[in-house]
Write a protein that binds this ligand. Structure first.
Ligand SMILES: Cc1cc2nc3c(=O)[nH]c(=O)nc-3n(C[C@H](O)[C@H](O)[C@H](O)COP(=O)(O)OP(=O)(O)OC[C@H]3O[C@@H](n4cnc5c(N)ncnc54)[C@H](O)[C@@H]3O)c2cc1C
Length: 400
């Protein structure tokens, strides 16, 4: 069971951040091990950990806050064509990304501030256009928007398939010599200057340094000596089955829908995406995103077994009936997801102790993963920060 190899780097977690870290480390010439379970087949009887990436679609765009998230995503995005060409695994589908919001809003979040989003896009040199109410209706004639709503559009955005992104990153990592072990790490110890990992299956591995990339479940792994300042939430995705890719012509939207001064929806409505069952689904997420805080492995597993919050089904049904009155929805169902947030809304990419770097990006970690992984691999392998973005931006906060 014990692997006698002493690796330069052991990566814990084979999600988007861990897979990207492993590939960049391996491609720099280091010997790399990545330990993480495969996606469980069925949420219904699930025990154990879960991930944020077990899905088919994530937005990849610049209409985001903070600006840093979009910058990390842009750096990732510039490398995607090469990663896709090299691995033969395509994970991008072109889409219009359209942020829809009321023309007149009082208190609003930065995510739905048109001026802030437009300035961020301009800073990154990405073309976006502002649509008034009439232009929005004309651009997407099959959709019915709430009166008084306007939009900002990024025409050259993507839907990113996070499962396929992970497959591509891991494929490139193994091509560069990395070893993947499908197990869950249950202990992380110091042995002299090295780190020793123990898997649930009894295996042990030794490395000079480790990167902990276990996503929203990080505080529940028991692998840190102190608690990171980040909460874990059980999120819900609603899948609305449609007849196929051409059932509707629509953009992918971040939408803030306000009626009579009250926000009636805030979240993502994604254009049809094909799922592993061969069917096509629109995806709606948002309403209850941060409503279900979870503590520990057992609570996470119990959340996964619920299959997601059933209350979101009615929210999605009403939203779709108003937005796409001519669309035939064949079925509606929920999927469970895990998400976390940091107090700064910035990723953590920092030392947990002398041997281990911890990585967390809760809400936009699919589009930004490749660059976060590149930065993490460099820090862990060299012990130095060498990017022009100040390292302090990514400082982890710890709970008392
Ligand atoms: C509803 C929803 C919508 C989202 N929308 C977007 C979006 O539009 N755009 C975007 O970019 N991002 C989006 N995200 C966020 C994105 O999915 C996450 O930021 C991303 O998945 C984080 O990647 P990660 O590798 O850090 O964590 P995860 O994806 O959670 O992967 C962590 C991995 O670590 C493994 N692991 C856990 N514990 C252990 C252990 N002890 N040992 C070994 N392995 C372990 C898990 O099994 C998992 O494979 C969304 C998330 C949700 C939930």
């Amino acid at each position: 069971m014990s692997d006698p190899t002493r690796y330069d780097l052991a990566v814990i977690g084979a999600g988007p951040l861990g897979a990207a870290t492993a590939r960049h480390a391996a491609e720099s010439g280091a010997s790399v091990l990545v330990v993480g379970p495969e996606e469980p087949a069925d949420p219904a009887g699930h025990e154990g950990t879960w991930a944020g990436y077990y899905d088919q679609g994530r937005l990849c765009h610049v209409l985001e806050v903070p600006l840093m998230t979009s910058l990390l995503a842009m750096r990732s995005r510039r490398r995607f064509p090469e990663l896709i060409a090299r691995t033969g695994i395509d994970f991008l589908t072109p889409t219009h990304s359209v942020t829809v919001l009321p023309a007149e809003t009082g208190e609003r979040s930065l995510w739905f501030d048109r001026d802030v989003l437009a300035r961020n896009a301009a800073d990154l040199g990405v073309p976006v256009d502002a649509l008034d109410e009439q232009e929005l209706a004309q651009a997407y004639p099959g959709l019915r928007f709430e009166p008084g709503h306007v939009a900002l559009r990024e025409p050259d955005a993507f839907i990113l398939n996070p499962r396929a992104l992970v497959a591509a990153e891991l494929s490139a990592a193994t091509a560069a010599g990395a070893t993947i072990v499908r197990d869950e790490v249950v202990a992380r110890d110091r042995v002299g200057d090295d780190v020793r990992l123990t898997g649930a299956g009894g295996g042990t591995w030794t490395a000079a340094r480790a990167v902990l990339a276990t996503g929203a479940a990080t505080n529940a792994t028991g692998l840190l000596d102190r608690r990171l300042a980040t909460a874990t939430y059980g999120a819900t995705v609603v899948l609305a089955e449609v007849a196929g890719p051409d059932a509707v012509s629509m953009p992918t939207m971040m939408m803030m829908k306000v009626r009579g001064g009250e926000m009636v929806f805030g979240g993502i409505v994604m254009a049809p995406v094909e799922y592993p069952d061969g069917r096509w689904y629109l995806k709606i997420s948002g309403s209850s995103l941060l409503d279900f805080p979870l503590e520990g492995r057992e609570e996470i597993a119990a959340w996964v077994r619920t299959g997601g919050h059933p209350g979101d089904l009615e929210m999605a049904r009403v939203l779709l009936a108003e937005l796409l009155p001519d669309l035939e929805v064949l079925s509606l169902r929920t999927r469970p997801c895990l998400v976390c947030a940091t107090p700064s809304d910035l990723p953590y990419l920092d030392w947990a102790d002398e041997s281990t770097v911890v990585l967390v990006e809760g809400e936009r970690g699919a589009m930004a993963a490749d660059e976060i992984g590149r930065l993490a691999a460099g820090l862990a392998l060299t012990g130095r920060w060498s990017d022009t973005i100040p390292h302090a931006v990514f400082a982890a906060e710890w709970s008392a």
